[in-house]
Every structure is written in C-alpha cells, then in structure tokens.
Design a protein around this ligand. Structure first.
Ligand code: NDP
Length: 476
C-alpha cells in the first residue's frame, strides 16, 4: 500500500512527528536530504508502525497516496523554500504541502499564494511542544484551505495532545493563520517566562531564600489558578543543583537570555497592527537588555549594582502579593495576545475563533495552563468581548489582586529591582480604565507643531488652532 502522509526533514522534530503518526496507525513515507537520518529512523523505530523510507525525493513522492500530503520539517527560511522548490515539480493538482517549521506568517502567505497558483494546497502549520510534544502529542495549528483540512484534520487530531478528550488541533483559518497564531503563542510564552522570572527575583530578594526554597513556592502555586507547564518546570529548574559546584543551578547559568526571533516577530506584527502588546514587548526587550553585557557592566560601574530592601515584614503576605501580581500581569499579557490574534484575523480576513485557540493551547504546547479553560469560557460567553480583562472571571481576578500588584510594583521600584513586565502590565491596566488620558495634550502638541488637527470632546469634526497667529480655531 501507499503512505497516507509523508515527512521530509527528519531531524528531531520531523523524526518525532513521523513516529507519532506511525504510532497512531498511519502509514508514513519518510525522507531526509541526507539519507542516513532516514535509515536511522527506520532502524531504530521501524517497529513502532509502518514507515516507507525514500532515498530520493522522487521515490518518496511516488510512495504517497493521492492527494499527496507532505510534511516539510526542515530549517525555517531559505531551506524551507529550497525543499518546496524541489518538491513542487514532483506533485500534482490537489496535493498538499504542509510546512510544520517555525515560518513567519508572511512567508507562509507568500508560499500559499505561489502554490495555489499551481493548483496545490499549502498548509502553514504551527506545532508547539518541542521535541517531546512532537512525539507524544503537540498542539497543532494548521492554516491553509478547508479542503486540505478535510484530509489532514483526522491525522493531525489523532496525533495531537488531548485535554478532556478534546484534540489540541483545529483548523485555524486560511493561508498564514496557523503560523500567525503560533507566533503569538510564542510571544505569550516570552511574556509568561519574563513574569515568572520577575516573580522569582522578587521572592529571592524579599525572602532571602535559596532557589530551591523558591522552587517550593512555585510548586505550591502550581496547585492553584497559576497551574501550568511553565510554573511546573520553574519549580524543577529552581530545585536543581549543579553537580559540579553544588550550587543552585540558576546561580551558575549566565544571565543573558537568548532568542530565536518569534518574540521579535510578534512585537513587529503588533506594531503593524496597532495592538499594544506591552507585556510581550517588555519581555522581548528584557531579554535584549540581559544580553547587552558591556552596557550592563558600564552601568554597574557608574551607578553601582546594589539594591535596596523590599522591606518584607509579613512573609506569607509578601508571597501572596507576588503571586497575585504574577497572575494579574499574566492576565494582561494573555488579554493583549488575544487582542493581537483578533486584530490579525480581521486584517487578513482569517475568521479565527479566539476561544478555539485557547482550547488547543490547553495541552501539548509550552503555554499549556489550567486558566486557558477560563479564556475559552470567556469567548464562549461573549464572542465580541472587547478585552479578556473585562470578562467577569478575569475582571474579578485582577480586581482582587490589584492591591497586591501595586504593593509589589511600588516595592520593586523603591528597592531598585527591575520588574518591567509587572510594572508595565499594571500601567496598561491603569491606562485602559482611566477616564481621561494625557493623550489630549499629545494631540495639542501635534496640532501645534504639525497642524495635525484634533477632535473635541463636545462636538464632532476635526479642528486646528492658529498657534502662531491669533489662536483662533478653524474646522479642519
Ligand atoms: P533543524 O531546524 O535543525 O533542521 C534540520 C533539518 O533540516 C534536517 O533534516 C536537514 O537535513 C534539513 N535541511 C536543512 N537545510 C536543508 C536544505 N537546504 N534542503 C533540504 N533539507 C535541509 O531541525 P529541527 O527538527 O530542530 O526543526 C525543524 C523545524 O521545526 C524548524 O523549522 C524549527 O524552527 C522547527 N522547530 C519547532 C519546534 C517546536 O517546538 N515547534 C522545536 C524545534 C524546532 P540534513 O539532515 O540533510 O542536514
């Protein structure tokens, strides 16, 4: 028989996706540029299911049933284009090319358009969950046409993670929709991790505790609203001891966070869409600051690196304050991320259901968390929700934590401990709910230097004041 699906690109991600498909009973054609990887896969895991190895791309394509479905799992960027270019001449109308790499959604839109013109389907698919997810059940975010999902859906849903019996996979929307939501997912992951890091830093300073003791606190938090994969592995990392030195593992790791680019893409796209994703942006910039070693050293020499005391008198209250600040800031970051999903969907005509995204992020992926259920419920109750922040459950969560949030942000500012994601999330919350913003003055300044006009609070229309003349106002 022929293969129902093929995977080309058998490094860790491709190999594990192929194994996952085979383990779920699908016949999988496998191929890799260097054929050793293909042979190794079949030699090491051939007993897990039915693989049809192809030494050449031609052999691989010929082993697929029609319409062919080919997953491309190679390095993002140029290599993905190179593989698509080799593959396309071997395919026939109606065949489906699936890019499961971390592509930029704009590249996916371009590739989809090019392949559509040739009568092929191109399905940019976000896959989250890393190596382990790919093997045991990732969260899968396929874009592309509805027709292609009719063939791919049953296979993808079978291999995806399941939560309460529901697959963590849904057809996100046309062309680049899948890679777009995967990008925002990664941006939210940046924000989540930065918030966790700030919470750890404040606890460490405030309690004068060891990393392992703070790991215990995170373990406790993982029993409540904060329950999530990232909180769980935070406890694991904080409790880990470096074998060589006997020190806490976090204390021997260089404090410069790296990035592969999805956070940056998310912020760039948010700027284009005009969506204030301050939490994700602060998290991305915080990684940049950490990496600027020379500037950090110069500033430490100039200003000194000592910090003041957080003046913790009640340890339990302080821990609760940090927890509440973390949760409220997290709600802000997710609210902003979902705003971006909705704005992207409107801009590109994708028709994305935000509640469905919350549903498929509950399992398999890095940001999997208990509270995503609440997000789905919020959009189910009101699909036109102006912001997640104002959904009753989240409004209550933020309101009940706001005093803690303010205490933590003011204490960190007084002590000189940076908490950029905590503080900017609080500023976002305060800005959204403020009745009058100083934006009115900005409009006045813009009209003064550039005749950019302004609107009035008391009547319709645009106006300009003759700033260098008699200061009279004229309708614009
Ligand atoms: P890599 O990104 O390291 O890519 C290696 C694979 O790409 C190999 O199979 C290699 O073939 C192939 N390749 C590279 N250049 C070419 C080319 N010009 N022509 C043909 N094949 C080429 O592999 P990973 O498994 O780590 O990741 C695959 C994709 O998945 C990437 O897009 C990555 O961003 C994404 N990814 C996603 C993760 C997630 O959690 N969702 C985690 C990690 C990665 P060869 O063996 O011949 O060199």
């Amino acid at each position: 028989g022929k293969a129902q699906i093929g995977v080309t690109g058998l490094a860790v991600m491709g190999r594990n996706l192929a194994r996952n498909l085979a383990r779920n009973g699908f016949t999988v054609a496998v191929h890799n540029r260097s054929p050793e990887r293909t042979r190794t896969l079949v030699a090491d895991h051939g007993d897990e299911g039915t693989f049809i190895p192809g030494e050449t791309l031609e052999e691989f394509v010929a082993s697929l049933e029609r319409p062919r479905a080919v997953i491309v799992m190679v390095k993002a960027g140029g290599p993905t284009d190179a593989v698509i270019d080799e593959l396309v001449p071997l395919l026939e109308e109606g065949d489906i090319v699936i890019d499961c790499g971390n592509a930029h959604f704009a590249d996916t839109r371009r590739r989809e358009e090019a392949l559509r013109a040739k009568g092929l389907h191109f399905v940019g698919t976000g896959v989250s969950g890393g190596e382990e997810g790919a093997l045991l059940g990732p969260s899968i975010m396929p874009g592309g046409s509805k027709e292609s999902y009719a063939k791919l859906g049953p296979m993808f849903e079978a291999i995806s993670a399941k939560v309460d019996g529901t697959a963590c996979c849904v057809h996100v929307g046309p062309d680049g929709a899948g890679h777009f939501v995967k990008m925002v997912h990664n941006g939210i992951e940046y924000a989540d991790m930065q918030l966790i890091a700030e919470a750890y830093d404040l606890l460490r300073e405030g309690l004068n505790a060891t990393p392992a003791e703070i790991g215990e606190i995170f373990e406790t938090w993982n029993q409540g609203d904060l329950e999530s994969f990232l909180i769980e592995i935070t406890a694991q990392v904080l409790k880990h001891t470096d074998a060589e030195t006997g020190k806490g593992f976090v204390d021997i790791v260089l404090d410069q966070a790296e990035q592969k680019g999805t956070g940056r893409w998310t912020v760039q796209s948010a700027l284009d869409l005009g969506v204030p994703i301050t939490g994700i942006a602060e998290a991305t910039f915080a990684r940049s600051i950490s990496g600027h070693a020379d500037q950090r050293a110069a500033a430490a020499r100039t200003f000194g690196s000592s910090v003041g005391s957080l003046e913790v008198t009640d340890r339990e209250q302080f821990i609760e304050d940090v927890r509440a600040a973390l949760y409220a800031s997290k709600v802000v970051a997710y609210a902003q991320g979902f705003d971006q999903v909705i704005a992207g969907s409107e801009e590109y005509g994708w028709g994305i259901d935000p509640g469905a995204m919350a549903t498929i992020w509950r399992g398999g992926c890095i940001i999997r968390a208990r509270f995503l259920n609440r997000i789905r419920e919020a959009y189910d109750a009101d699909p036109k929700l102006p912001s997640l922040l104002v959904a009753p459950y989240f409004a209550e969560a933020v309101q009940s934590g706001v005093d803690s949030w303010r205490r933590v942000v003011s204490a960190s500012a007084s002590a000189g401990i940076p908490a950029p994601a905590f503080s900017s999330s609080l500023a976002y919350y305060d800005a959204l709910r403020r009745d009058r913003l100083p934006a009115a003055l900005i409009q006045g300044l813009r009209d003064n230097f550039g005749a950019h006009t302004y609107r009035r609070t008391d009547r319709d229309g645009s106006f300009h004041t003759q700033w260098s003349g008699d200061k009279s106002e004229t309708p614009a």
